[in-house]
Design a binder for this molecule. Structure first.
Ligand code: BGC
Length: 250
């Protein structure tokens, strides 16, 4: 059984990778980040992944996993919100595996981050329904029932007040519109109370880079459900997808 795997997290601004110890859920080396190619077409992005694999000199028998910012249904990308539209309809698992020349597991980025948080981070040991959201360019969601993932929930695309939720309440919107923490928290309040009403979760975990500043916005939210910051920061996607790749390789 593999004891380590290589995780790659593809984001709107960077493609980041590192080797992960599957038992401890820790990265074995500092991750390397390459700027996301523009345009972020399949060929360009896969070339960036190959570059990371080469830089880490990843051995052939080490499983590789890709955390990807779109739903991945049995390998296939049904729609794409924040990277190049050329990805739509592609079997990402086949495409990565062929072009990288090794079996490659591809899962949604928030599902990957959620897996890491539920196993090694803020959601570890929590039973019932845990919803991990990632705040960044979009809003990603990973839903877990007693630690088991329900994949591809896409709660960032709930339509709330006639709008796609992430186009109003993501961390990116805070930056683009220069919102104060209070102004952004009003949007988050509307978002999380809606998700709470729909799913009655036992716990919300909030990840993404902005969660470093959780003390500026989480205390402003008034929810029935506990809402806590993620613990693994921007390494969660790498760690989670490495775990998924390690399990697939068993
Ligand atoms: C995508 C999700 C992704 C999230 C965070 C959304 O726009 O549809 O699949 O998890 O962004 O990257």
């Amino acid at each position: 059984m593999a004891t380590q795997a290589f995780g790659i997290d593809i984001g709107g601004s960077g493609v980041k990778g590192s080797l992960v110890d599957l038992k401890t859920g820790r990265v074995l080396r500092d991750p390397i980040t390459i700027p996301t190619p523009a345009p972020a077409t399949p060929d360009h992005v896969i070339a960036a992944c190959q570059q990371l694999i080469d830089q880490f000199d990843v051995a052939d028998d080490v499983p590789v996993g890709i955390s990807f910012p779109a739903p991945i249904k049995h390998g296939v990308i049904p729609f794409m919100a924040n990277l190049d539209q050329e990805w739509v309809g592609i079997n990402a698992e086949e495409r990565f595996s062929t072009q990288l020349g090794r079996p490659t597991v591809v899962i949604n980025d928030a599902d990957a981050a959620g897996l890491a948080e539920v196993r090694f981070g803020a959601g570890a040991g929590v039973g019932g329904v845990v919803i991990v959201t990632t705040q960044g360019t979009g809003i990603g969601s990973g839903m877990f029932i007693d630690g088991t993932l329900v994949p591809n929930t896409e709660l960032g695309h709930l339509e709330i007040d006639g709008r796609d939720a992430e186009s109003h309440a993501s961390a990116r919107q805070k930056t683009v519109y220069n919102l104060t923490w209070e102004q952004w928290a009003e949007r988050l309040q509307r978002y999380y109370s809606h998700v709470e009403m729909l799913f009655s979760p036992d716990l919300f975990v909030v990840g993404g880079g902005v969660s470093e500043n959780h003390d500026k916005f989480l205390p402003l939210l008034d929810l029935k459900t506990p809402i806590i910051p993620a613990k693994l920061g921007n390494l969660a996607g790498i760690i989670g997808v490495a775990c998924a790749a390690g399990e697939a390789a068993r």
